[in-house]
Design a protein around this ligand. Structure first.
Ligand code: SAH
Ligand code: SF4
Length: 358
């Protein structure tokens, strides 16, 4: 495969200042990237043509294009994005809170959004319930390709650069399997002259590579973590997430305890609920025990079925009973509302659908 051209979104502002001279031009270009969401050099009106031509020989601006969009009735928008090498990934625009206006129509509170981004094309972890896993692993995303998902989605939704947004690394791929590019993307998102998305607004979701949780912690980036736990005993967890053999539940819990967590915050544990697998009260009881010494919050997720899977979606009653047990035993617990359920917004599902349609 021929080398991909690096994108200008691959670089921190400091690096761009090294690459592009004079430095005030580098700053202007940085503004074009993150304040105007420029897609190509042509859009950068106040940059001299000669400089643009020179840069265009080595770099591209936007390393992806939107090839499909599905809009859900609840405001969720699922994007299929095509990379330079023709591979595709997904990113999701989630509306978390509606806009609030007073009687005169004045805005009291702007709508709140979260962007769910991918970190790899495919995934190596191979979870038995996950559609992304079915296609195997193709490659890591570059930092610029991670950053570009947010830039493209903000642009497409006309979301101004200075409006706050949250990022969850919960799309396709295992973020900690691509740690260096993930860390760089986190830094680029944080840039004050850029998108200025603080680390507190960024949550890395992991299937639990305990040694990499330690590595991420040691980087001290200030991001939150979410652990995809899904099971309370190693046997079932290994069936669901094969690499649990090497990174078992105990090792994950220990790594979480070592992770630098903002004292006001909690570690999120995601628990994918599958009918007759892990939706019983005995599991809820074990979960309470497992999380005793951790400032945790549990997010219960309905398994989202797709053609060919042997797993089933749990009943609402089972979900609520599970939640009630946790709450009654002192754990914070929410049930993730299935945003975008009508457009199959669980990871990997839009990509799968498009391949079938083609
Ligand atoms: N690889 C990371 C992040 C991406 S997966 C991780 O596993 O945490 C993001 C979330 O999507 C995970 O919590 C995963 O359990 C969930 N998910 C995957 N397949 C799903 C499905 N069919 N239904 C509901 N959630 C699913
Ligand atoms: Fe990879 Fe996460 Fe899917 Fe597991 S759930 S295969 S870790 S993307």
């Amino acid at each position: 495969m021929s080398e991909l051209k690096p994108s200008l979104l691959d670089f921190t502002q400091k690096e761009l200042l090294e690459l592009i001279k004079p430095s005030f031009r580098a700053k202007q270009i940085f503004g074009w990237l993150y304040h105007q969401y420029a897609q190509n050099f042509d859009e950068m009106k106040n940059i001299p043509k000669a400089l643009k031509e020179e840069l265009a020989q080595k770099y591209i601006v936007n390393p992806m294009k939107i090839i499909k969009k599905e809009i859900s009735t609840d405001g969720t928008i699922k994007y299929l994005l095509e990379l330079q090498d023709g591979k595709t990934i997904e990113a999701v625009w989630l509306k978390m809170k509606d806009i609030l206006t007073d009687e005169a129509g004045e805005v009291i509170q702007e709508a709140k959004y979260t962007i769910c981004v991918s970190t790899q094309v495919g995934c190596k972890v191979g979870c038995s319930f996950c559609l992304t896993a079915k296609g195997g692993f193709t490659r890591d995303l570059t930092a610029g390709e991670i950053v570009a998902q947010v830039v493209n989605l903000k642009r497409d939704n006309d979301h101004k650069h200075n409006r706050k947004i949250n990022i969850v690394y919960m799309g396709m791929g295992e973020p900690l399997d691509n740690l260096d590019n993930l860390a760089k993307a986190i830094e680029i998102f944080k840039e004050e002259d850029g998108l200025c998305i603080s680390a507190k607004r960024q949550t890395v979701s992991t299937s639990g590579l305990s040694s990499k949780i330690d590595k991420l912690g040691a980087m001290d980036l200030g991001v939150h973590i979410a652990i995809s736990l899904h099971a309370v005993d190693d046997e079932l967890r290994t069936e669901l997430i094969p690499m649990n053999k090497a990174h078992n539940i105990a090792s994950i819990i220990e790594a979480v305890k070592r992770f630098p967590i903002d004292t006001r915050k909690r570690v999120m544990f995601e628990y994918l609920v599958i009918k007759n697998k892990n939706d019983d009260i005995a599991s809820a009881k074990k979960l309470v025990k497992l999380l005793t010494d951790i400032k945790a919050k549990v997010n219960l997720i309905y398994f989202n079925p797709y053609p060919g899977t042997t797993y089933d979606r749990p009943s609402r009653e089972a979900m609520v009973a599970f939640q009630e047990y946790l709450v009654n035993h002192g754990l914070l617990c929410t049930i993730r509302d299935s945003k975008g359920i009508d457009i199959s917004a669980a990871c990997g599902q839009l990509k799968e659908k498009t391949q079938k349609d083609a």
